[in-house]
Structures are given as C-alpha cells and as structure tokens.
Design a protein around this ligand. Structure first.
Ligand SMILES: *Cc1c(COP(=O)(O)O)cnc(C)c1O
Length: 369
C-alpha cells in the first residue's frame, strides 16, 4: 500500500460526525452564500490572530490578489517577493498587473534573504510580499523597517503558516494584510477550496469585502473595478470553523511527526529542516535536502512511498514568467535548492507505524548510496 506524502482520510474518519454536522448545519440554514457560517468563521479567524478583520475569499491565490488590490497595488507597481515559492504567489501579483521582483533565499532555511531587499527597491516599489515558506516566518523586523522607511506596505503570504509564530507574534499580523489558503493540504484545510485575508485596517477590510463581491457595497451598488466574485463558500466556512477549534491540536500533531523524523533521521547525512531561533515552525511540509536527491527518489520508488518536491521549478524559470527577464543563474540559491530538495510525508494524523516505515526506507536508501 502506498504511503502518501499527505492523506486526510484518517483525520476524516476521526472527525466525520462533526464535519457532516457542519454540512447539515449549512444545508438547513436557509442562507447558502455569505451567511452565518462565513461571518462566524471570519470573526473567529480574526480573533485567533488578534486581528481586527477577516474577509473570507474563494482561495489563497485570490486572497493575495485581492489583498494587493485593496492596498492599491496595480499596473506599473512593483512587488518584491521570492521565486522560491508556490507559483500562485507570483500568479496573484501578475494578476493585479503589477510586476513581481525577486530576491534570493537564504541557503540554510530557504526563506527570503531580507538583506537583498533594500537593493531591489525602486521608485515603483509598492509592496513587500514575504512568503512564510514551509511553515516558518520570514525575518519580519528588517522588512518592517524598510517598509516604514520607504512608505511601502507589507502583504504576508501565510498560505503555509497558519499558527506559526515569530517570538510572540503570530504569522500574518506584522504586515497590513495577510493572505491565507485553506486548500485541503494546508495546515488549516477545507474540504475543497477556500482562502481568507486578515487586516486591522478598517478601510482595507471594507475594500476587501467589496472586491470579493463584484465591487459592491451593501446597496448592491458597484463602487470600484476591477472587482471579482471571490466569495468564501458557506459550507467550507462552517467546516473551517469546526477545524479552527482543533488547529492547535493539528500543530501539536505536526510537531510530534517532525520530532520523530529528527530523531529517526539523525546522522544520515540528510539535511533536515532548520528552525530559525525564535521561530515556531508549523511544518506545512517537511523539506529535506541532499545533493543526490534524484538518486534517492529513484531508489525510494521500491518502497512505495510518495514524495513531493516543493518546488521543482523556481518560478522565474517557468515559461509563463519568461517575460520577467530573469536569466538562469540570476537567483543561485533558489536554483540550487530546486535540484536538491524533496519532502517526506507530513500531516498530523500520520501514524507512527507509517512514519517508521518512511524512516526505515530513507535510512536504507541513504546507506546504499
Ligand atoms: C497554496 C499556496 C497559495 C495558493 O493557495 P490556493 O488556495 O491554492 O489558491 C499561495 N501561496 C502559497 C505559498 C501557497 O502554498
């Protein structure tokens, strides 16, 4: 039987009655779009972060896109981010008409190298977009300082970092806006698509509410374009409300899995994830690194263990982003990583038996190299 890199079915089995009750609650509610469940989830998700407002949207990509638009980002503007991210980060920037500008990542933790940001700022720069990649926060203090100095806004891509912390600060509360995805694999996942933005700026929140709803206000009157239909679905919102109450339990489950890998894979020569001091890592994915990555993956095929690569292609090397003009070699750390990283199975309900199977297989393969 295949061991999957992510599998929600054991969790569903455990939560089935509650989740089916969530569906039943919405079906009986009499309001199937933007009703009590979306409002309830928004209130509770904002409160979890100590943020003023949450605006639910249809997915994480649109959370970023609408978040940028609510901050006034559009054609002619530049947004500084990383190429070592999921493509949707950059698709969302591109979708506003703004130009993504990349800095490289650090070789030890694969996060935005904030020391490169100052040199990337031009008079067209409008926003800094750090990605809290794999589940831990980018160093926010230097970004905040630069943003204040240059009058820029910050949008945090928190699609992989629900509940992650940097010191006492929870991911998503340093910038003006944070964008979350509830794609099923995420640390807080729906049973389908979903996303949200949080902010403590009332006028930005109001703008987000309009942007997801044809640009309209309460009067059914469109105030601004370009606008969207990007509503969070009522049923996903009710499921997310139930699961938000268990988020801290999911995080504990992920920490236990990470701890077991750390002990089981010590001394094998495989480079394990490094947590930056002061960060609390939520391990959305468990990314390891080895110069013979491709040989390892090939040999692991015999053990029927599914592995992922997050991500095999740096965004700036993709055909769809060739127009940005980044030549091969322009982001050397990002490009080197893409050939050496892979992800081991990671989800809170991963059983110890299955995990031990993975650890045993990886140890055997590494010893055989
Ligand atoms: C998943 C993800 C997104 C996009 O979220 P969707 O809900 O799939 O649109 C954006 N950024 C990052 C870093 C992600 O991991």
């Amino acid at each position: 039987m295949t061991t999957y890199v992510w599998d929600y079915r054991a969790e569903y089995e455990a939560e089935r009655l509650d989740l089916l009750d969530a569906v039943e609650t919405v079906f009986n509610s009499g309001q199937l779009v933007l009703g009590a469940s979306v409002r309830g989830f928004e209130t509770e998700f904002a409160a979890y972060h100590g943020a003023g407002y949450c605006v639910g949207v249809d997915n994480g990509t649109n959370a970023i896109k609408l978040g940028l638009q609510a901050l006034g980002v559009g054609p002619g503007d530049e947004v500084i981010t990383v190429s070592n991210t999921a493509a949707p980060t950059v698709v969302a920037i591109d979708g506003t008409g703004a130009t993504p500008v990349f800095v490289d990542v650090r070789a030890d933790d694969f996060l935005m190298d904030t020391s490169q940001v100052a040199a990337a700022i031009t008079e067209r720069t409008k926003c800094l977009l750090p990605v809290h990649l794999y589940g831990q926060c980018v160093d926010m203090a230097p970004l905040k300082e630069l943003a204040d100095q240059h009058g820029l806004s910050i949008l945090e891509d928190c699609a992989q970092a629900h509940g992650a912390r940097q010191g006492d600060t929870i991911a998503g509360t340093t910038g003006e806006v944070a964008a979350f995805s509830f794609y099923p694999t995420k640390v807080l996942g729906a049973y389908g698509d979903g996303g949200a933005t949080i902010t403590s700026d009332e006028s930005v929140a109001k703008r987000l509410q309009r942007l997801r709803y044809y640009g309209m206000d309460e009067r059914y009157y469109t105030l601004e374009t370009p606008a969207h239909n990007s509503r969070l679905d009522e049923m996903q919102a009710e499921i997310l409300r139930r699961k938000l109450g268990r988020l801290d339990t999911y995080l504990a489950g992920r920490w236990a899995v990470a701890q077991r890998y750390e002990e089981g894979l010590a001394g094998t020569g495989l480079e394990l994830p490094r947590t930056v001091p002061g960060n609390s890592h939520v391990y959305y994915v468990y990314v390891v690194r080895h110069p013979r990555r491709d040989d390892i993956i090939e040999r692991l095929k015999a053990y029927d263990i599914q592995l992922n690569i997050s991500y095999p292609w740096p965004v700036h090397t993709m055909t769809g982003f060739a127009h940005l003009g980044y030549a091969a070699g322009s982001l050397p750390v990002t490009e080197a990583l893409a050939t050496e990283i892979f992800s081991l199975p990671m989800y809170p309900s991963l059983s110890e038996d299955l995990q031990d199977k993975v650890i045993h297989a990886v140890r055997e393969v590494l010893a055989s190299l």
